[in-house]
Design a protein around this ligand. Structure first.
Ligand code: AHN
Ligand code: ZN
Length: 334
């Protein structure tokens, strides 16, 4: 009787031990999974200086329109490569003769600034640095053959990236960063063109880079393209190709912007599809890449491809919202 009693007690104790062990395990597994989903990182993110970014935008527009095959274009290429070098990047100049939709041979040059070039884990940041040869969306038809200053369409994205480069020189993030300034984005067909359209008439420099990256077997975890990120009251929505190719990157960037208080700029709504440099990076280099590009019910912004796309239209607040958001994203990544 006594023997049976202690055996029963032993069985109960064993059962309790097994149950509590297994329940402990599942509990700790669950909290591990939760921890992995929401990593709490304490990383110091530098403060993006919108005045400095504005200065980098103006330095480009001061050359005049950066239209391929012009002296201003060549001078600006030197300025961009020299500036990235001064800011501590390893610089690659990728010259290429590219053929435009109308057969014009464009002496083009992609300019790449690499930080931590030896790192395997990388993020690629893109902007186009050329400007459109014609203001062919101008309300005044007399301006349809005038080259544009391209302060917003071109120089703004580059200006934001140069300001980020200035911080990268002082404080390197965990991942390697490549600043990829592509040429010949904006030589797409003039409004008067009557021939067949092809999306590959746009983004000639990014197509070249995506098929011939500056280093063999180049890869990056993700990419972010900045296009027209300097206009007043810009609203950035989820662009179509970005959603298809890099949905998670879109969510990460828009959440970061909203957490930082830039929800007025980064609106969580769907936009249409934009044929832009990120399309070719996704399609040919196979790097999931989003486009931060403004969207309104009637186009990108009021002065798009008009003679009024000049430095007067640049709003430091928009440069700040985009620049600080991108910095938060790249410094948080590990
Ligand atoms: C088209 O309008 C087909 N694509 C917009 C790409 C672009 C032009 N980005 C700046 N300028
Ligand atoms: Zn354009």
């Amino acid at each position: 009787m006594k023997k049976n009693y202690s055996l029963g007690l032993l069985c109960i104790l064993l059962l309790i031990a097994v149950v509590s062990c297994s329940s402990n395990k599942s509990k700790s597994d669950m909290s591990d999974a939760t921890d992995k989903k929401k990593p709490e990182k304490t990383v110091n993110v530098p403060v993006f200086d919108a005045d400095s970014a504005y200065h980098f935008v103006k330095a480009q527009t001061d050359f005049g329109p950066r239209v391929p095959n012009t002296a201003a274009h060549r001078a600006c290429a030197d300025y961009l490569a020299n500036t990235l070098e001064r800011l501590g990047a390893k610089v690659y100049r990728q010259a290429a003769d590219l053929v435009a939709y109308d057969g014009t041979l464009l002496k083009s040059c992609n300019i790449i600034g690499a930080y931590k070039p030896e790192a395997k884990k990388r993020i690629a940041l893109f902007a186009h640095w050329d400007s459109r040869p014609w203001a062919d969306a101008d309300p005044d038809e007399k301006n349809h053959h005038t080259p544009i200053s391209g302060a917003n369409d071109g120089a703004s994205g580059v200006g934001v990236l140069l300001e980020i480069a200035r911080h990268l020189q002082k404080q390197l993030p965990e991942l390697g960063i490549d600043i990829i300034l592509v040429d010949a984005e904006d030589y797409g067909p003039h409004v008067s063109y009557k021939g067949k359209h092809n999306e590959e008439y746009w983004g000639l420099g990014s197509q070249y880079w995506a098929r011939n990256p500056h280093v063999a077997n180049y890869n990056a975890r993700f990419g972010i393209l900045l296009d027209m990120v300097g206009g007043s009251n810009a609203t950035f929505l989820y662009e179509g190709f970005s959603e298809e190719y890099a949905h998670d990157v879109n969510r990460k960037v828009w959440k970061t912007a909203n957490d930082l208080g830039y929800g007025k700029y980064f609106v969580k709504d769907q936009a249409g599809y934009v044929t832009d440099d990120h399309l070719f990076v996704n399609r040919y280099a196979k790097i999931p890449t989003i486009d931060i590009v403004p969207s309104t019910p009637d186009g990108f912004y009021k002065y798009w491809h008009t003679v009024k796309d000049d430095i007067e239209g640049i709003d430091r607040n928009t440069l700040k919202a985009v620049g600080q958001t991108v910095m938060q994203v790249i410094y948080e990544e590990d």
